[in-house]
Structures are given as structure tokens and as C-alpha cells.
Write a protein that binds this ligand. Structure first.
Ligand code: ACO
Length: 387
């Protein structure tokens, strides 16, 4: 076996073969199963995209209708899960609540043979259907309210916003949210997807796969940059302050949140779509001074850092859009998870078809042949103050 060079973060090392999505960071291309993201954002829906990602091809009308119907009728959660959410601390992070409740689903739905297509289908339907209900329910119970039951007559995006805000959103707001889900549904082998693959490779149940991916997405280096963008825009406070704020941040070698990407060296195609949606949303629901500040930030950052390939990423405009839809800032990452469940499940299914348990190697940097020193002979260690 060839001994490979150790690469921190496995940068550039293929860890899987996949036909689910493709990214070309120099040309700003993102495709799901070969279909450009722009096409899907314009013509498709999140549920159709989930079907495409998981089953590999666009559904026929009949297939889509039966998939949507199944999801619609599995949105309710077990009352025990609702009771469990009530016991969580109100100030607990919604991502922690989601990770726990996603794992808890595994208690209710018996583990069955992973080569049974009916079991795979049921797990896909349940996870896509119930995760939004659990996110919305935690939001309600942490405010001291009863969780709002899903309404069967509402489509996926409309129903989620209804359960979250107690109001039926406008069709345009629901469409914008649905497109946001499509844009976040899949993005090759990022950290949470890799986590899902490793967990899947042990042949554990899909609820554990999704719970481990949610835990990975929760970290600030992965999900969550869109929250930071809003904090930054608030700190800037006005269009006039943008230039000096950005220049100071660049001088201090601080990152501008919502800019830059390991893969994209041009403007993230998802940011282009989100920006045009933000523009329409603000013209429909009222303008937002932070959107004007964001436009100026983009202009100044492009002028200063464009030559280094630093452009807006998907997180730059998504927080502004979510806030305008009435979504609290700490739900941005759980919403990312609602969308990414589709990608995680697609990778779970793909992993099962070629499974071999992940068991990489390591480069050992420790000692050898050390003596065991009896506790009575061990020297006291200096404390952290050096005493
Ligand atoms: N603002 C200012 N400078 C930046 C930024 C930024 N946002 N991003 C990268 N750079 C600069 C770095 O300072 C570095 O410059 P140098 O070569 O002069 O030292 C160079 O560009 C390369 O930066 P790295 O951090 O090495 O790039 P990497 O590929 O490791 O990081 C990352 C990508 C983490 C996304 C980074 O651009 C960043 O921290 N951005 C801000 C946070 C953010 O928006 N994250 C969301 C990413 S999208 C997502 O996860 C869904």
C-alpha cells in the first residue's frame, strides 16, 4: 500500500465517489445530478429536488404527487417527541434540540434491513416530513406556546413558515423559502455530509446518520456564517460607514463574513440567485436598510479583494432573506439542516449501494516503550501558573 502524505482536513483527498452533485469553483457551476442549480431554482420545488437527489432522476408527475402526499401525511410528530421538546431548556440552541430530536426518531421507527427499499423510502419520507415540524415545535415551546400542528392542505414551505410564525405566508414568501431550501439541499462532500457518510458506513439507522450530520453542521466553521453576516451589517449600521469598516477589517486581517469559499473563486452561484430573490422580496415586503448596506459591502469587498477570488458566498444574502421572512436568527442553521437532509439522505443511499466501513489510518506521533511509573513515584505537575 502506498503511504500518502498527511493532509490536515483531508484537503484535496477524495473520500468518496459520487454522482449526486458537482461544483466547479472557477466557473461558478453547481449542478444536482447534472442539472444546473439555476434551472432547479427557477423551475423546480424543494420536494422535487429532494427526489432528484435521492433517487437520481426527476420524478414523473405521478411519482412527485405520491412523494409529496406521503411527506404531507407524515409531518406530525409523536406526542412523546413533543413532550421531550418541552423538557429542553428554553435557552438551549435549536441545533442541539434538533440533533436530539432527530436521533429520538430512531426510537420510534424500528431498524430494519437496509436493503429493503420500503424501509429506505419510509425513512426518507419521515425525515423530510418531521424535521421541519420538530424545528418549528421547539421554536414554539421555547416561547412558552403549544407547538402548532401541521396543516395537511399546505405545501412544504408554506406549512413550515405557518408552523413557525402562526401566519400563512404570502405565496411569494413561501416560494422564496422553497428556493432557499433548494439552494442549500446539497453541496458535495462537505463536513456534515462526510460525517453522514462515516456514520452510514457502519450500517446504523438513518436517524443516527442525520443526527450525526446535524451535530457536525452545528459548528461555527460550517453552518452559521449567515448569522455572523447580520451581526456585521448591524455593526456597520449605515451605508456611509461601509468603506471605513471594511478597510479597517481588511487592515486588521479579519475576515469579512459571507465572503470567500474554499471551492468558489467567483461569486457563489447560490448567492447570485439569493440576491435577486432578496431584491424582489424587499420590494414586495418593504425595503430593508441592511440590504442597502449589504450591496455597498459587496461593492467595496469586490473592489478590495476580488483579485484574490473573494466574492459573496451563499451565506451573504440568506440571513437577510430569512430575517425578512420572520425567522429568528438562531434558526438559520436548523433551516440549513432542513434543506441539507435531502443531500445527506442521497449520500446515505449512495453509500449503502457501495458500502465499505470508513476506517482511515493515522500518522502516529507519540512515544513507544514507555515505562509504567507507580503513582507514588510520579512527580507532581506544575499548575497552570507554573507553580
Ligand atoms: N474576508 C477577507 N479575507 C478573506 C476572506 C474573507 N471572508 N476569506 C478568505 N480571505 C483571504 C484570507 O485572509 C487569505 O488571504 P492571504 O492569502 O492573504 O492570507 C486568503 O483569502 C485565503 O483564505 P483562507 O482562509 O485560506 O481560505 P479557505 O479556503 O481556507 O477559507 C472560508 C474559506 C472559511 C469560507 C473563508 O473564506 C472564510 O472564513 N469566510 C468567512 C466566513 C464565511 O462566510 N463562511 C461561509 C462559507 S460558505 C458555507 O460554509 C456554506
Amino acid at each position: 500500500m502506498t503511504v500518502c502524505e498527511y493532509k490536515p482536513g483531508l484537503e484535496g483527498i477524495p473520500a468518496a465517489q459520487s454522482s449526486i452533485s458537482y461544483v466547479n469553483g472557477l466557473e461558478g457551476i453547481l449542478e444536482y445530478r447534472g442539472i444546473p442549480i439555476q434551472e432547479l431554482a427557477t423551475h423546480s420545488s424543494f420536494i422535487e429536488v429532494a427526489y432528484l437527489l435521492i433517487w437520481g432522476e426527476l420524478p414523473t408527475q405521478e411519482e412527485l404527487e405520491s412523494f409529496e402526499t406521503e411527506i404531507r401525511y407524515h409531518r406530525r410528530m409523536k406526542y412523546q417527541i413533543g413532550d421531550m421538546l418541552k423538557l429542553f431548556p428554553n435557552d438551549g440552541h435549536p441545533m442541539d434540540a434538533l440533533q436530539t430530536s432527530a436521533a429520538a426518531l430512531g426510537l420510534f421507527y424500528a431498524r430494519r434491513a437496509l436493503d429493503d427499499p420500503a424501509y429506505i423510502r419510509q425513512a426518507v419520507v419521515r425525515l423530510l416530513a418531521k424535521i421541519p415540524t420538530m424545528v418549528a415545535a421547539f421554536q414554539m415551546v421555547r416561547k412558552g406556546n403549544y407547538a402548532i400542528m401541521p396543516k395537511d392542505e399546505l405545501d412544504y414551505a408554506t406549512n413550515f413558515l405557518y408552523m413557525l410564525t402562526e401566519k400563512i405566508p404570502t405565496p411569494y414568501a413561501a416560494k422564496v423559502f422553497d428556493v432557499c431550501l433548494t439552494l442549500h439541499a446539497e453541496h458535495t462532500i462537505n463536513a456534515s455530509t462526510f460525517s453522514a457518510l462515516v456514520t452510514a458506513s457502519t450500517l446504523t439507522d438513518p436517524y443516527a446518520v442525520v443526527a450525526s450530520a446535524v451535530g457536525t453542521l452545528a459548528g461555527p466553521l460550517h453552518g452559521g456564517a449567515n448569522e455572523e453576516v447580520l451581526i456585521m451589517l448591524e455593526e456597520i449600521g449605515s451605508v456611509e460607514n461601509v468603506r471605513s469598516y471594511i478597510e479597517t477589517r481588511i487592515e486588521k486581517k479579519e475576515k469579512i463574513m459571507g465572503f470567500g469559499h474554499r471551492v468558489y473563486k467567483v461569486k457563489d452561484p447560490r448567492a447570485i440567485i439569493l440576491q435577486s430573490m432578496a431584491e424582489q422580496l424587499f420590494s414586495e415586503l418593504g425595503s430593508d436598510k441592511y440590504y442597502d448596506i449589504a450591496l455597498e459591502v459587496e461593492k467595496v469587498v469586490e473592489e478590495k479583494l476580488g483579485a484574490k477570488g473573494i466574492y459573496p458566498n451563499v451565506d451573504f444574502y440568506s440571513g437577510l432573506v430569512y430575517r425578512k421572512l420572520g425567522i429568528p436568527d438562531d434558526l438559520f442553521t436548523p433551516i440549513f439542516a432542513i434543506a441539507r437532509v435531502a443531500g445527506w439522505l442521497a449520500h446515505w443511499k449512495e453509500q449503502l449501494s457501495v458500502n465499505r466501513i470508513f476506517r482511515p489510518t493515522q500518522v502516529y506521533t507519540g512515544l513507544h516503550d514507555m515505562p509504567y511509573i507507580p503513582i507514588s513515584e510520579r512527580m507532581a505537575k506544575a499548575d497552570s501558573n507554573g507553580h
